[in-house]
Design a protein around this ligand. Structure first.
Ligand SMILES: Cc1cc2nc3c(=O)[nH]c(=O)nc-3n(C[C@H](O)[C@H](O)[C@H](O)COP(=O)(O)OP(=O)(O)OC[C@H]3O[C@@H](n4cnc5c(N)ncnc54)[C@H](O)[C@@H]3O)c2cc1C
Length: 395
């Protein structure tokens, strides 16, 4: 059994970035993925500026932008009246980042790109169909079991998603709650930009049912839209996925004529692991935290963690300051709570507000923020995670 420097569990976008960053630094890395292929279900696409900076440092940015869509703005709408409330423009971040925009690239494309690069590196191995089932560690090493095989390493990165086996094996609590409603993602070729005059990223408030509407490139690069809706708490899966309910939802979003190519129903949580590290094992991405997708922050924060952790492991594996690893949880856990949990909960509340006066106040606040250059930029610094990235560097 060949001992590795780093074992990464889970070839989602976070595990793949972690593995690639560690391998590019010259360390012996093995990436273990339970499935036989990358999960291509429609999930994250919105890639914020600090994440684009990391993707650039990994050498993937040209390809990443080629297979995605650049979105400079996002908009808030009052859905029932189809009135635009406010628009925010990432161009206001010019000078703060090399990338004053987001790129809408589906997360499976990043995982594919990362794996392709890993396969070209002599110090990296990728094993699909390798579900990690058990973990043991002592002061010197970690042993993972996947099927009949055992893997040994100096360090392990658990990037195995929300139901993380690594987190459970470490007996780390996943603190937080699950929302009573679920989120339905309708993927459609209907052109919302042409029909409604919306941008590539839109948050549509409605006291009955909100919509988060955005455009992605698709694997064929021909473009498609994803409309995310909350379900009713008393709605069964069957009901929510029925053609009649899907058509009615599209009609309430002013697209009664739209057809769809894919449907997905998700449970949504706000949870943060009590610890991001135990001994030689670290949690990254959804294994460490989950949140509702409104605002496009979950995956972005996971990639920031993967990059940060890879830098720290590099320092330690080069024989320098081992105490640097203590900073990982101390820095990352509070940043996730303050920037990802708080913002996504606030984003959801803003869209679903029912009380008319409070609803109007929230709209007015958005209008005022969009009209004031200082507040506009400050809002974007937070919403893009640039502010949290700066905090991570300063701390
Ligand atoms: C509808 C929706 C829209 C979203 N939109 C956005 C967005 O725009 N921006 C954003 O930042 N975030 C968004 N998110 C969140 C984003 O999808 C997740 O944060 C992201 O998938 C986390 O990536 P990950 O690599 O940590 O985990 P995952 O993508 O879940 O990958 C985990 C991997 O680990 C593997 N695995 C699991 N168990 C094992 C095991 N025991 N052994 C080996 N492998 C294992 C799995 O097969 C999987 O491949 C969205 C989520 C949803 C549901």
């Amino acid at each position: 059994m060949q001992r590795r420097n780093i074992l990464v569990v889970g070839a989602g976008p976070v595990g793949t970035v972690a593995a690639l960053a560690c391998a590019q630094a010259g360390h012996a890395v093995t990436l273990l993925e339970a499935q036989n292929a990358i999960d291509a279900s429609p999930r994250a696409s919105t890639t914020q500026p600090p994440t684009l900076e990391i993707i650039a440092r990994l050498g993937l940015i040209d390809e990443y932008m080629r297979v995605g869509l650049v979105a400079r703005t996002f908009q808030f709408w009052d859905r029932p009246s189809l009135k635009r409330i406010a628009e925010f423009d990432f161009e206001r971040l010019r000078g703060e980042t090399e990338f004053p925009f987001v790129v809408q690239t589906e997360q499976h494309k990043l995982a594919h790109m990362g794996i392709e690069r890993l396969r070209k590196l002599p110090n990296a191995e990728v094993h699909f169909g390798s579900r990690v089932s058990a973990l043991e560690q002592d002061a010197d090493r970690v042993v993972l079991r996947a099927g009949e095989r055992e893997f040994v390493a100096d360090y392990v990165i658990g990037a195995d998603g929300g139901r993380s086996t690594v987190r459970k094996s470490l007996d780390i609590e996943f603190e937080g709650y699950t929302w009573p409603e679920r989120f339905l993602v309708i993927t459609t070729l209907f052109d919302f930009e042409a029909a409604l005059g919306v941008s590539y990223r839109n948050y549509m408030a409605d006291p009955q049912e909100w919509t988060n509407l955005f455009k992605v490139a698709g694997d064929d690069l021909k473009g498609r839209w994803r409309a995310v809706f909350n379900t009713r708490t008393d709605e069964t899966d069957e009901e929510a996925l029925s053609a009649a309910a899907v058509r009615a939802r599209l009609a309430r979003c002013h697209a009664p004529q739209a057809d769809w190519v894919h449907l997905n129903l998700y449970n949504v949580h706000q949870r943060v692991a009590k610890h991001f590290r135990k001994g030689r094992v670290f949690l990254c991405g959804d294994a460490a935290h989950v949140n509702n997708p409104i605002g496009g922050l979950g995956l972005n924060s996971g990639i920031h963690e993967a990059w940060d952790l890879a830098q720290k492991l590099d320092v330690v594996l080069r024989g320098e300051d081992p105490t640097i690893l203590d900073e990982y949880e101390a820095r990352r856990r509070p940043l996730n709570i303050e920037y990802v949990q708080e913002q996504t909960i606030a984003n959801k509340k803003r869209l679903e507000e029912r009380e008319p006066a409070q609803r109007e106040r929230r709209f007015q606040e958005l209008r005022e923020m969009a009209d004031d250059p200082v507040r506009h930029k400050a809002f974007l610094m937070r919403a893009s995670l640039l502010e949290s990235t700066r905090r991570a560097i300063r701390n």
